[in-house]
Structures are given as C-alpha cells and as structure tokens.
Design a binder for this molecule. Structure first.
Ligand code: MG
Length: 398
C-alpha cells in the first residue's frame, strides 16, 4: 500500500458559549482535518491544531509522504519529523496529525482498531473530566459564568448531564483569591467529586504557594501548571509539598520527562498525542513515565472527533492512566463525524470505538459547512479576552 496524497481542511465549530482562559478567549474551536489517500482506495483520517504554520508543515510533508507505505511509520517519522527536526523546526503538531492518519490506514487495512496496533485495550471506556471555564454569554445571551454561584450551577448541570466524577476548573482569568474562593465553593457543593484546577501558569511562585496554603484542606486532585517552567514548579513543590502537581505546559516532550522526574518537579504528566508526535509516541511516553514513577493523565487542546478518537485509542492502551482525561469535547455544538458527536456514557466516560482504524468516519457535508465558518474567522479559535485586552503573555499576571 502506497500513500498517494495528503490533504487537509480547516474547520471551525461553534461552542455552547465563549470560554475564557489565561491568554484570551475561545469563540469556538478551530482545527485542521487531515486525509491521507492510498493507492488501494483507503483514506486515513488525522487532525491537528489549526493555523497557517501547521498548514505550512503539512505542505512541506506532503511530497515526502507520497509514495510511502503507511505501515512503515518509524521510517516516515524520521523522514518527516525526526526528534532534531521537531526541535529545530517545530513541526511535531502537523506530523502528529499525519501519524493518526497512518495508524487509521493500518487499522483499516487489516480490519482492526488502532488500539490493537498499540498492544491492545486494557479498558473499554475512558473516564473524562468535566471542563468548567469562566464564560461569556453566547449570541442568545445564555451561558455566562462569571462568579462562584454561576460556576457551581454550571458544575451541577455538567454532572447531571454527563455524570462526570471529576471536574477541572480553569483558572488564570479572575484574581487568584476569587478563583480559590470559587474552588472552595465547588468543593463544598460536591464533597465526593475529584476537583482539579489549572491557572495556565498565570501565577507567580509566591502566589501559587499562597494559594496552595489556602487550598490545603480542600482535597485538590491536582494543581496543574500554577507557574511556568521546571525551576518554578520545583520551587512550588518544595514550598508546598502536600499538593499534587501536574503539567502539560512546562513538561510536554520526551526530553522533559527525565529532568522533571529528577528535579521532583511534578506528579502527573499530562500526555497529548499531538505534542508527543502521535498516538504511538504518546503511548511510549506513558511507558517512560511508568519507569520514572510519574503518573499519567491527558491534556486537551480543543479537539474535534478525529483527535478525540485518537485519544480514546491511546488511553485504551495505557495501563498506567491514573486520572480522568481532560477534554473540551462537551463544549462543542456539533462535530464533523458521520452520526454527529461521539457520545458520553452515563458516568462521564466514552467508549473506545470498535471499528477498524480510528473507528470514525468523516461527514464531508459537515466538514464543508464548518470549513466555510473557518474562512470567516480572522484569528482561528483564539481571540483577545474583551475584558482583559492585551493579555497574551505567559508571564505571571499575579
Ligand atoms: Mg493545562
């Protein structure tokens, strides 16, 4: 089997209400949907972050990929995105989408799901966390979340609708003291819920340690990227050793893992099949974490259904998954898959697709519809937060 073409389509899917986070706001989610065609009539699906730089990466990879056998994945990786190329040219995100498509092709060719190519499934359902953001009202004037009362009401709605046993509270938007008060309100409202928080590195070490002290008695599942950088995380860990630390911002590549373990920087590595260079590479990273005594969870980057399926197959095959996976998926109003959005089970989990490859099919009408929306978006899935203009830096704001 030989690859005949690599194609991609930008798409923008609206979400229930605009989300606020440390760097700005999301009016909707924007991704590139990748299709890899073969001479045997099979098409593999992939997906990656959107943007001109990712489209440039895919354009550069196209001629290198054509003629390759999708089963020769290690050869393709070294040709398109070797570790040095990833570091020098930063093309890991585009490559990851190509890797998803090659694994989808392998699975389709032999009639087996992608997780069977990764060692098989150790679980049939993947537990997810509800993802609670501060939000602006949508076009219908609905969905605003701006204070503790609204956040608790939203959490109740999410738990009632999906059955989540874990909630991630996105921070770095309001003053840290206000956000910690809201965390405490959530803890009091939902005593049995696993609760994590993530300020996206918007806090200084001093602030992060002060907030860790305030949160000491409120059963934090983990404290994700309170500060930026391994040294800053090391200092938070030294000053607030009782709190469990997680990261996807300071530790997000293979070469970060051993130094992070040695420096005692964190407890939970949030893997991502995009940032680690594909599903198969993220699974290897989970094995590295196992040997280093680091726990494993999953980062989410506002995925559509193809990447969501990639995450499901990855997590089906990882024996040391220790936390409910993050996902923006429930914020989407629709998807580009045949049959619409993937469904949650009653307990906030998602079943691993059973069909060959990734087990999802593209709805080309939906893709065309959301491509039209993408063409109208000036900044993709990210805009400045109207209430905090100019906030674009990862330097601590507090
Ligand atoms: Mg994060």
């Amino acid at each position: 089997m030989k690859i005949r073409d690599l194609r991609w389509t930008s798409a923008f899917i609206p979400i229930e209400a605009p989300l606020r986070y440390a760097f700005g706001a999301h009016p909707g989610f924007s991704r590139l949907v990748i299709e890899v065609d073969t001479d045997e009539g099979l098409t593999g699906l992939g997906e990656c972050y959107s943007g001109a730089s990712r489209e440039g990466q895919l354009e550069e990879m196209r001629s290198l990929l054509i003629g390759e056998d999708p089963f020769q994945l290690e050869r393709i990786r070294w040709k398109l995105s070797s570790p040095s190329a990833q570091k020098l040219f930063g093309n890991v995100l585009g490559y990851a989408g190509v890797e998803f498509a090659c694994l989808d092709l392998q699975g389709k060719a032999i009639g087996r799901p992608v997780c069977d190519l990764l060692g098989g499934r150790v679980r049939d359902e993947i537990p997810f966390a509800g993802y609670a953001f501060y939000r602006y009202a949508n076009d219908r004037g609905e969905g605003e979340i701006g204070d503790a009362k609204q956040m608790v009401a939203y959490a109740r709605e999410l738990i009632g609708r999906y059955g989540f046993g874990t909630l991630k509270f996105k921070n770095g938007v309001m003053h840290p003291d206000e956000e910690v008060e809201t965390f405490i309100a959530l803890r009091k409202a939902f005593p049995g819920l696993k609760l994590r928080l993530d300020p996206n590195a918007a806090w200084s070490v001093t602030t992060a340690v002060r907030m860790a002290r305030r949160l000491a008695d409120y059963d934090v599942e983990y404290y994700e990227d309170p500060v930026w950088g391994m040294r800053a995380l090391e200092r938070v860990n030294a000053k607030a050793p009782w709190i469990t630390l997680a990261s996807n911002m300071s530790i997000f590549a293979f070469e970060d893992l051993a130094p992070a373990a040695r420096m005692n920087v964190l407890d939970v590595v949030l893997l991502d099949p995009h940032w680690y260079g594909g599903i198969s590479r993220a699974r290897i990273a989970a094995g590295v974490c196992e040997s280093l005594g680091l726990d494993v969870g999953l980062h989410s980057g506002a995925e559509f259904g193809v990447s969501q399926a990639a995450a499901l197959h990855l997590l089906a095959s990882i024996s040391n998954l220790s936390a409910a996976a993050d996902s923006h998926y429930h914020h989407l109003t629709d998807d580009i898959l045949v049959g619409g959005k993937l469904e949650y089970t009653a307990n906030g989990s998602m079943a691993v697709p059973q069909g060959p490859g990734l087990g999802v099919q593209l709805d080309h009408d939906k893709l065309a519809q959301y491509h039209e929306l993408a063409l109208k978006q000036e900044m993709g899935s990210w805009i400045e937060d109207p209430k905090r203009p100019g906030v674009v830096t990862i330097q601590p704001k507090w």
